[in-house]
Design a protein around this ligand. Structure first.
Ligand SMILES: [Zn+2]
Length: 91
């Protein structure tokens, strides 16, 4: 299965860390991640975040780019993040 590097970016103004309502919504949607990954056959390999920027880098395995994008919609992360998906290979 192809691997994808996914960059999630949001502004400080839309960061759930500073908004308790958004944080609650974020946590509720987080509970759906396992189920969505299983359903879409997506495997999360790793997730990294710089300490000072509102960005997260994910390495995932997915059947296609479209499915990868669908996963981020299904778990609500695309609501407040710009999602960029790029196919990558191990070098
Ligand atoms: Zn943030």
């Amino acid at each position: 299965m192809p691997d994808y590097a996914v960059t999630l970016t949001h502004e400080a103004g839309t960061c759930p860390v500073y908004d308790s309502k958004a944080m609650k919504e974020f946590q509720e949607l987080s509970e759906k991640r396992e189920e969505a990954a299983k359903k879409l056959k997506v495997r999360i390999i790793s997730k990294w975040s710089p300490t000072r920027i509102h960005q997260t880098y994910w390495i995932i395995e997915a059947p296609s780019r479209e499915v990868a994008e669908e996963y981020f919609k299904a778990v609500g992360l695309s609501i407040w993040n710009k999602v960029e998906v790029q196919e990558v290979k191990l070098v």
